[in-house]
Design a protein around this ligand. Structure first.
Ligand SMILES: [Zn+2]
Length: 443
């Protein structure tokens, strides 16, 4: 049965919204008080719910930025069509293409060449491979189609326009790894979380040039090269299933390991919109029992800086995060945590230098307290205890004893794998990490 999608704006009361919420609540309501108990409706029996999404497609399509370059782009396309378009979407020209095409910048737009002959010049090029033919861009094959356009006059954007489930197949192995037998439910959890996240971006980005990047900025996506058979099967078996809250796909954030307690979104990103299903809770079946993610190699860790390393690193990272108000400094006189969240995460870190005191908030702490160098990997998490030794009016050494890897908001991937290994179903795992949301099948 085909499903009609119409988007329902946030918090706007409407008959359609009421119907969706009612339908969703009949489907399954996640319990936050006792997430690991109670009856959970199997995914296979979820009734279809209609919700509206931008684009109006029967199956949602996402636009993923796969390459941005100021150089020419080489594309191999076995068979298909290219449409040259104006900025406002009018088709200027159209032709068949097969083999290698090269797209380069012109003064005001793009030029597409085939067999060294210019075929089209236009601001936007839309490549539509024949059915399932796909295309290859810089040696990486993709499903779906390709949109090429200029950005800010400088670079060319290559945007993969693809049905959401084909996109998810290129996301899952990159995001949750290759799972062992007995952990299959975690693939289903990741499929539903990644689908929900992607759909939640469609409305937010509908007036922008693309919906998501193919990196950790959104979700890592590697096209066909990134797929594996078992993960793809999990995408197929959860087809159309998303987390829903107030009639909208949930913003299903996830990270590698929560260290034993997930983070409230208001602690990690106080500057972002708040969703009630993203609050912090123990990642365990109860108090005083072991965490689901305890097997992760990131569950506990330690980092030590000398005072001089810390001032060298933060001399670069503080201005990068806080901007021009950071004055050059030589010495760090003190560093301290100002306020902990119930999860144990630092809310604010205050750094006292010989030329000013700076406060760093939420997840930005990870970008400032980089372990190795100002360009190296960021701190694994803000869940840590800090030990500071000072002498002669300056910090001599700081030691962080921490837990987890990532922002900690929403699903803990290591915990989801731990729960799957322990026999929990995808539905129950999702209920644990996004309490208060409901599952629904929307296409
Ligand atoms: Zn965890």
């Amino acid at each position: 049965m085909k499903t009609v999608f119409r988007y329902i704006p946030s918090f706007r009361a409407s008959a359609a919204l009421t119907a969706v919420v009612l339908a969703a609540s009949l489907v399954m309501v996640f319990s936050c008080a006792a997430p690991d108990r109670g009856a959970y409706q199997p995914l296979e029996t979820l009734p279809e719910t209609e919700i509206d999404l931008p684009g109006g497609d029967d199956v949602p399509v996402v636009r993923v930025l796969v390459l941005e370059t100021d150089d020419r782009i080489r594309i191999d396309i076995p068979d298909g069509q290219v449409a040259a378009k104006s900025e406002d979407g009018r088709t200027i020209g159209r032709c068949e293409v097969s083999g290698t095409v090269v797209v380069s910048k012109t003064r005001n737009g793009l030029r597409l060449k085939q067999r060294n002959r210019p075929v089209h010049e236009a601001p936007v090029m839309e490549l539509r491979p024949s059915e399932d033919a796909g295309f290859t861009i810089e040696d990486t094959p993709y499903r779906g189609g390709l949109l090429l356009r200029r950005s800010g006059g400088k670079t060319i954007l290559a945007i993969n326009v693809i049905e959401i489930d084909d996109y998810l197949k290129g996301v899952l192995p990159a995001e949750i790894g290759y799972l062992k037998e007995g952990q299959y439910e975690a693939y289903k959890v990741q499929a539903i979380a990644s689908r929900s996240y992607a759909l939640s971006k469609l409305e937010e980005k509908k007036n922008e040039l693309y919906d998501m990047q193919a990196t950790i900025m959104d979700q890592v996506y590697r096209g066909i090269k990134g797929e594996n058979r078992v993960a793809s099967e999990a995408v197929d078996r959860t087809r159309g299933v998303v987390g829903i809250w107030e009639g909208e796909p949930i913003r299903a954030y996830y990270s590698a390991c929560c260290g034993g307690h997930t983070s409230d979104i208001r602690v990690s990103w106080p500057w972002k919109a708040h969703y009630p299903y993203l609050y912090g809770h123990r990642d365990a079946p109860g108090e005083g029992v072991k965490s689901y993610c305890r097997e992760s190699r990131h569950f506990r860790w330690e980092v030590v800086w000398s005072g001089s390393d810390l001032s060298r690193i933060t001399g670069k990272t503080l201005p990068a995060e806080l901007g021009g108000r950071v004055a050059p400094f030589n010495v760090i006189r003190d560093i301290r945590v100002v306020g902990h969240a119930p999860s144990g995460r630092a809310r604010v870190v205050e750094i006292v230098t010989d030329n000013g005191t700076y406060r760093v908030e939420g997840d930005r702490i990870r970008w400032v307290l980089r372990p190795e160098s100002a360009k190296g990997p960021i701190l694994r998490s803000t869940l840590f205890k800090m030990e500071v030794s000072r002498r002669g009016g300056r910090v001599r050494q700081i030691r962080l004893k921490g837990g987890g890897n990532g922002h900690g908001v929403g699903m803990c991937q290591s915990g989801a794998i731990g729960m799957a290994s322990g026999g929990y179903s995808a539905e129950r795992i999702l209920a644990h990490y996004y309490p208060g949301a409901a599952l629904s099948k929307i296409y």
